[in-house]
Design a protein around this ligand. Sequence first.
Ligand SMILES: Cc1cc2nc3c(=O)[nH]c(=O)nc-3n(C[C@H](O)[C@H](O)[C@H](O)COP(=O)(O)OP(=O)(O)OC[C@H]3O[C@@H](n4cnc5c(N)ncnc54)[C@H](O)[C@@H]3O)c2cc1C
Length: 319
Amino acid sequence: MSTPPSPRSVSSQSSEVTVVANDIRSLCRDVREREMLRRHVSFRIGGPADVLVLPRSVDELRTAVSWLFSHDVPFTILGQGSNVLIADAGIRGIVIKIGKGLDRFSFEKTRLVAEAGVGLPHLARAAATKGLAGLEFAAGIPASLGGAVVMNAGAHGHAMSEVVREVRVLTPDGEQILGPPDLGFGYRTTVLQQRRAVVLEATVELTQSDPVSVRGRTDEWLQHRSDTQPIGPPSSGCIFRNPQGDHAGRLIDLAGAKGLALGGARVSEVHANYILNTGEATAADVLGLIHKVSGVVAEKFGVRLEPEIKLLGEFSQAN
Ligand SMILES: Cc1cc2nc3c(=O)[nH]c(=O)nc-3n(C[C@H](O)[C@H](O)[C@H](O)COP(=O)(O)OP(=O)(O)OC[C@H]3O[C@@H](n4cnc5c(N)ncnc54)[C@H](O)[C@@H]3O)c2cc1C
């Protein structure tokens, strides 16, 4: 790792972006300018990042983020990009994608310690092979571990909050280890969504069982997923949070909004809480369809649906 550039004041204005990119290049090997973000997210939608940083190790991530914090340069974090809608105009300033290169993990008896970029399905399979129970619900969630912690991802009545014991985060005040009481787990949320904190690593506690039953449960839930959710066209999973005591998909279906379309975006016929990119959808199409669907549901049931996906980047006022 090379020596960090000497501290100086940097703003996130576009005129400074190339200068910042060059500084970050001395810390991370893979730094790209004007990289289209649609290549890095599951929806396959989104314009360019001024600067996209792809750290190849926890050390690179740590050094780059510490430098950005110390220079007060704002940045956006992406994991696998499976719960985001990125604006057509893209994201100004720095985007850091955490994935490949931050994918080491190890087991210590029933404890699994893993870096933030490792894929959740990969971890779930590795745990199943060892007969460790607790992550079966996660085998079909296309997340990075970091993104899954931040979102408190879940399925089949289970969620990350049940298994996460410790999370190592980098903050403007340095590195911290957070336990469940600090993380404020709730339905698809944690306090990390409001804090300037980057997840570096997490520790998950599993239960010793046997490979056959863990694999059996995993396969059953994967089968249920492929029977009830659209497979194929790009999406960001469920678009709306489930309202208290109900399912957004059920309300959208009953409101007759299945199949509703705008431009290249269409409400799935298989699962009404999915919006699909049928090929050439723009973020404006998806956002317009989100407004349309929530309007129909509000009119029919008086329920205001809230998006589960994170809107990132520059959305125009017209949206
Ligand atoms: C086909 C499909 C099926 C899905 N099924 C499910 C499901 O069953 N259950 C479910 O809960 N979700 C589901 N999702 C949504 C998505 O997989 C989850 O929300 C997942 O947790 C997002 O992880 P990610 O790594 O892609 O994060 P991203 O989408 O990249 O980011 C999500 C948020 O987390 C932040 N973030 C990501 N990584 C870090 C980090 N290391 N440090 C700090 N902040 C970070 C980002 O800034 C962003 O705000 C599905 C998505 C798809 C496309």
